[in-house]
Design a protein around this ligand. Structure first.
Ligand SMILES: NC(=O)c1ccc[n+]([C@@H]2O[C@H](COP(=O)([O-])OP(=O)(O)OC[C@H]3O[C@@H](n4cnc5c(N)ncnc54)[C@H](OP(=O)(O)O)[C@@H]3O)[C@@H](O)[C@H]2O)c1
Length: 305
């Protein structure tokens, strides 16, 4: 909400959030940088005005700081984290964040310093659990020696299972190969981001047409560049298979994630009530073992993508 390609208004966002909670959704993933504060503000307002804070878990993030021109930089220093948390709590209108995730690694700050700041926040009750997002497994394990690491978040969906980049940014982890074994070993929660491949796995972009230059997805080389035909072709095969088994593609993509024992919560973006309702329907049925096998054959070419 409020970030990247969302062009809707605050009222729409609040209506979608309230409806999600009515439907039993109790987990919201936001970040200060999404919409330059907007996603946290909108979630905070929806929860406060509805008296709903104690019905949900809030996962927010830290480490991406922006200036008045909306240029972003990494900062996971102690000083910055201690400031960021108070800004987030104010925007979210709450006294604690349930899961506080380091959004992207900051290689200019020693891991010890970030861990030290997180320990202060855990101790003073401003955060309940620590998450790391987009971290290498080596750095994650080093962090574990200095603070709690309860949760990991990373890029994961049917077509991006061991992706080496996100929007052209190199990733320091391979999800199925490196992150999942650790999630199992250490009993961590795992949150896959872009579960619908930014909409591709809900059927968006499949029928041609250019993505508007104002939409940040136009800068995703997997959605509009040379790599697109590969992903489009596999996505079309998933769409055909979904039709064969009588379910829309978005439901199949979310259901596939739900079958993965490592996946704790699916943070699917939904910008309208209609999308929310469509995505919730994914949880009213389960893919059979046979269907899962056929899907795995279709997506086999993506195993190392
Ligand atoms: N930790 C990180 O670095 C990181 C990075 C990226 C995302 N995230 C988190 O992950 C969340 C989800 O990822 P995401 O937003 O990148 O991608 P996503 O959930 O894969 O895709 C969301 C988009 O797909 C489209 N969509 C959703 N449901 C649909 C439906 N039923 N039918 C048709 N289209 C549908 C919508 O596009 P339209 O709005 O265009 O209709 C929606 O905005 C984010 O909100 C964020 O919290 C974290």
């Amino acid at each position: 909400m409020g970030g990247d390609w969302d062009t809707s208004n605050e009222n729409n966002a609040i209506t979608v959030i309230r409806k999600a909670i009515d439907e039993g959704i109790n987990f919201f993933d936001v970040a200060p940088v999404y919409g330059w504060g907007v996603s946290e503000k909108v979630l905070g307002k929806a929860l406060k005005e509805g008296g709903l804070r104690d019905k949900v878990l809030i996962a927010s993030k830290a480490g991406l700081i922006w200036n008045e021109k909306h240029e972003t930089r990494n900062d996971l220093s102690r000083e910055s984290l201690l400031q960021e948390i108070d800004d987030s709590l104010r925007r979210l209108q709450t006294d604690h964040i349930d899961i506080y995730q380091m959004h992207w690694p900051d290689h200019n700050v020693p891991l010890e310093e970030t861990a030290d700041a997180l320990n202060i926040l855990l101790k003073n009750g401003k955060i309940r659990y620590v998450g790391l997002s987009n971290y290498s497994q080596k750095d994650m394990e080093t962090m574990m020696t200095m603070t709690h690491v309860d949760c990991q978040q990373g890029l994961y969906n049917m077509l991006e299972r061991n992706a080496s980049s996100y929007h052209g940014i190199p990733l320091e982890y391979r999800t199925e190969k490196e992150v999942f074994p650790n999630v199992r070993k250490y009993g961590q929660a795992y949150l896959p981001f872009s579960p619908l491949f930014q909409g591709l796995l809900a059927g968006k972009f499949l029928d041609g047409g250019k993505i508007s230059a104002h939409d940040v997805r136009s800068a995703n080389p997997k959605l509009s560049g040379r790599q697109f035909p590969f992903y489009r072709d596999v996505a079309c095969r998933i769409r055909d298979f979904s039709a064969e088994i009588g379910h829309p593609m978005n439901e199949v993509a979310l259901n596939w994630l739900r079958q993965k024992p490592e996946v704790t919560s699916i943070i699917a973006g939904a910008s309208t009530l209609e999308q929310l309702e469509m995505n919730i329907r994914a949880f009213r049925w389960s893919i059979s073992a046979d269907e899962m096998k056929k899907l795995d054959e279709i997506i086999a070419p993506c195993e190392n993508m």
